[in-house]
Design a protein around this ligand. Structure first.
Ligand code: HEC
Length: 250
């Protein structure tokens, strides 16, 4: 195969190239679905409700700075497990940062009396006979750490840019689409990817930016889905359409 053959466009590629492109596009399409499912299951559940919302993004990146998990649970589903004055004592201690000096003298006992019947090592729940497990839930949730954010940012940018590059490289050989539309479509995913990653950082600093993350995510998902479907359609359905007006050979 040479460049001339490629230039005729996707519908008229040799079978081997079509198979290669199709294998890649189907795998990427499957990957996109899995990525979507993962986002729904991790970020989507961050606010405790299914489905991705602005709150989920805020909780994931900015955190829930209204209070600790421990405090929220003691005012919520764990309310009946300790009398009010004990709960207030735990909450005060948690707000003070759950200092270790009070553990052996006081709180180890409180947790053993009221909590470790369920929260013990053999249970699937956090083991509250250990101070570090309690402290972890007593700290205010400030969302993803900067270390993790730098990591996911560069992995995302490098990894996904590569996917968009190959996807775009296939799509540019589509036929019958005005050059300016093609030019726009191939660059949109990159633009939204950069916006998306920048928005994580902005949301980490200020929750008002969370909606940009949602727009960025939908933006590049839609643009890549469009390229994927157009490419597959042109390779496998268009050549068998009755009016072969695109065929440069006829
Ligand atoms: C009767 C059993 C039981 C007792 C007693 C109990 N818990 Fe729980 N706890 C659970 C269950 C079940 C969950 C998971 C469901 C939920 O989050 O509501 C849980 C979840 C939690 C969580 C959330 C853990 C996480 O990281 O997801 C915290 C915090 C918590 N409990 C605190 C306490 C404290 C503090 C006490 C003692 C005052 C206590 N619990 C007593 C059964 C219990």
């Amino acid at each position: 195969m040479n460049y001339k053959e490629l230039q005729k466009g996707l519908p008229w590629l040799p079978l081997s190239i079509k198979m290669l492109f199709t294998g890649y596009l189907l795998t990427i399409g499957f990957g996109l679905l899995m990525a979507g499912a993962q986002i729904m299951l991790t970020h989507g559940m961050a606010d405790g409700k299914p489905g991705l919302s602005v709150d989920d993004i805020v909780y994931s990146y900015y955190g829930n700075r209204n209070g600790s998990t421990l405090e929220a649970k003691l005012n919520g589903s764990m309310k009946n497990n300790a009398p009010p004055q004990v709960r207030i004592e735990i909450i005060k201690w948690a707000r003070a940062g759950a200092p270790a000096k009070d553990w052996d003298s006081r709180f180890k006992n409180i947790f053993e009396t009221h909590c470790t019947a369920c929260h013990h090592a053999a249970s699937s729940l956090p083991d509250f006979s250990k101070l570090e497990n309690v402290q972890q839930r007593a700290s205010i949730d400030t969302g993803i750490s900067f270390t993790s954010l730098t990591k996911v940012s560069h992995v995302h940018l490098f990894g996904i840019a590569f996917i968009f590059m190959l996807m775009g490289a296939i799509f540019v050989f589509a036929v019958g689409i005005p050059e300016w539309i093609k030019a726009t479509l191939v660059v949109i995913p990159f633009a939204f990817l950069i916006i998306d990653v920048i928005s994580w950082w902005l949301t980490k600093l200020n929750p008002e930016f969370a909606w940009i993350t949602i727009i960025g995510g939908y933006g590049y998902s839609l643009a890549s889905a469009a390229m994927l479907f157009i490419s597959l359609y042109q390779m496998w359905i268009l050549p068998w359409k009755p009016a072969k007006k695109h065929n440069p050979n006829t």
